[in-house]
Design a protein around this ligand. Structure first.
Ligand code: GLU
Length: 507
């Protein structure tokens, strides 16, 4: 029988989740759901020095906002817990012991100062890359070089030690990566990594491999930054004798800056005005606030959709995917090896797409808090939204345009006036105003054709009058169809705003 798929997202709670982390979680989720498997959340908090308060809650809230609910993990207990490595602490020692007994790991007693000292001496002789490895360990203070009784004495007296992996010499270590193919690394390039410390804490590598084994993880899908650790992890599986159940590896490509030069960072987001975090994050140490997609008016469907396409492409050219459609279409074979450039305009395109899926009523609800004390009927609000929504990327754009239309302009754009105001402009606008006054029966619905007829009779070009009307109504030159705008505002407001403009310009 085939083992059921089981994957995990294993973040360290060291800060907010970056877009790359969201993508790792998403691909794990999609892969699990596609194969009817399990998606686990494991918190890798062995390194207490890097622990950041609030980060774990932030990660969980982000995943939930994106709709990526884990099957097992914190706040979703199952049979494989606990799910925080700090709570699994008592489990790791026996695995370190097991490796020592099997001759695959050893105790090392070298102090920090002694290690520093060796590094310094090696540097002085021109070797900047000294490592504790299969060659150098014979000159160090460990259970391979010290007599057995001395090792025991040191252990009994409670002397500080670490457990290091005994990396074999002259061995090729093969990592079979589902995205990159086979990667072979010579064991000489791997140092005798510390697995366990005498304070009882495992290092990341030991805890990660032991937990993946105990939780029955079948596929390790994670960021490319972990590729260099993969040979070590394979070696650990071999040392434990767990090769039969070793998970398959898939290392995801980097998410690159918009210009393709290097990894996407928070600074790129700040510089170009887009978030790199799903939710707003307040740094508990500095109080600094970082933008979040949710608070920035992005639809979660847009975020999931755009993140999915950063590094994965479907077999056809489909771009818009719901989460269910992504599950259906996703495969690791279609994940690219090369880094994926973050495209801000494309991201906005997705948001606009999902905004357009909202009904006028849904948009009305979402922008109400931004309308302040604007007093209007629901009917007028809906009509205004219908008129302005086409240009909007974010709900706030709709809110701004609604306010821009329904409130008389507080000022006029200088450039707009300078480019459109001519010597005869006042006369023409006044003429239009007089005509509207003397025709009280004008109907808003036909206002376009009525004004056009009047313009023709006067021999006025449409471009010499209507842009001025637009400035009078909205303060600038951009906006929805001018005749529809007049119809929406009604003839009374239109007249008032035109005469206000005339007064202001003539002053
Ligand atoms: N804790 C690691 C991280 O923060 C997880 C690496 C892995 O998925 O194996 O990314």
């Amino acid at each position: 029988m085939k083992t059921p798929v089981c994957v995990r997202f294993a973040p360290s709670p060291t800060g907010p989740l970056h877009l790359g982390g969201v993508r790792t979680a998403l691909y794990n989720y999609l892969f699990a759901k596609k194969h009817g498997g399990q998606f686990m959340l494991r918190i890798e908090d062995t390194d207490q020095t890097r622990f950041v308060p609030g980060a774990e809650q932030y990660i969980m809230e982000s995943l939930r906002w994106c709709g990526l609910q884990w099957d097992e993990g914190p706040e979703a207990e199952g049979s494989k817990g606990p799910y925080r490595q700090s709570e699994r602490k008592p489990m790791y020692r026996q695995y370190a012991d097991q490796l020592i007994q099997a001759g695959k790991a050893y105790y090392a007693f070298d102090t920090q100062e002694e290690l520093e000292d060796v590094r310094e001496r090696m540097k002085a002789s021109g070797n900047n890359t000294w490592q504790y490895n299969s060659i150098t360990r014979v000159n160090m203070k460990n259970s391979l070089t010290l007599p057995a009784d001395e090792v025991q004495r040191r252990l009994d007296s409670g002397e500080a030690y670490v457990v290091r992996l005994l990396v074999p010499r002259n061995t090729d270590i093969k990592v079979n990566d589902l995205i990159r193919g086979v990667v072979v690394v010579k064991s000489e390039h791997i140092d005798d990594k510390v697995l366990f410390k005498s304070d009882g804490m495992p290092t990341y590598h030991l805890a990660n491999v032991v937990d993946d084994h105990l939780m029955g993880i079948t596929h390790v899908i994670r960021g490319e930054e972990w590729l260099p650790s993969a040979p070590l992890h394979v070696l650990l599986y071999e040392s434990f004798g767990w090769t039969d159940t070793m998970p398959q590896f898939a290392h995801l490509p980097l998410i690159l800056k918009p210009d393709g030069n290097g990894k996407l960072s928070k600074r790129d987001g700040d510089r170009l005005g887009f978030p790199v975090f799903p939710l707003e994050w307040k740094d508990p140490a500095t109080g600094e606030i970082s933008l979040g997609y949710r608070e920035g008016g992005w639809y979660k469907e847009a975020v999931v959709n755009l993140v999915a396409l950063l590094g994965w492409h479907p077999s056809d050219n489909q771009e818009v995917f719901s989460l269910d459609e992504l599950i259906e279409a996703f495969s690791l074979e279609k994940v690219a090896k090369a880094g994926a450039k973050f495209d801000v305009e494309k991201a906005k395109w997705f948001n606009q797409y999902y905004l357009r899926q909202q009904t006028d009523h849904q948009l009305a609800e979402s922008i109400k808090p931004q309308l302040g004390d604007l007093e209007i009927t629901e009917e007028l609000l809906i009509k205004t939204i219908a008129l302005v929504r086409d240009r909007a990327v974010f709900p706030v754009d709709v809110a701004e345009d609604v306010l821009g239309l329904l409130q008389a302009p507080k000022a006029y754009e200088d450039q707009a006036l300078a480019s459109k105001w001519k010597a005869d402009s006042a006369e023409k606008l006044q003429g239009l105003l007089n005509w509207m006054e003397s025709n009280p029966d004008l109907q808003p619905e036909n206002i376009g054709s009525s004004i056009k007829t009047w313009l023709t009779e006067q021999n006025y070009g449409i471009g010499s009058v209507m842009p001025l009307v637009r400035i009078a109504l909205t303060g600038g030159l951009a906006g929805p169809d001018i005749f529809e705008t007049i119809a929406l505002l009604g003839l009374q407001s239109t007249k008032e705003r035109i005469s206000t403009l005339l007064q202001k310009v003539q002053k």
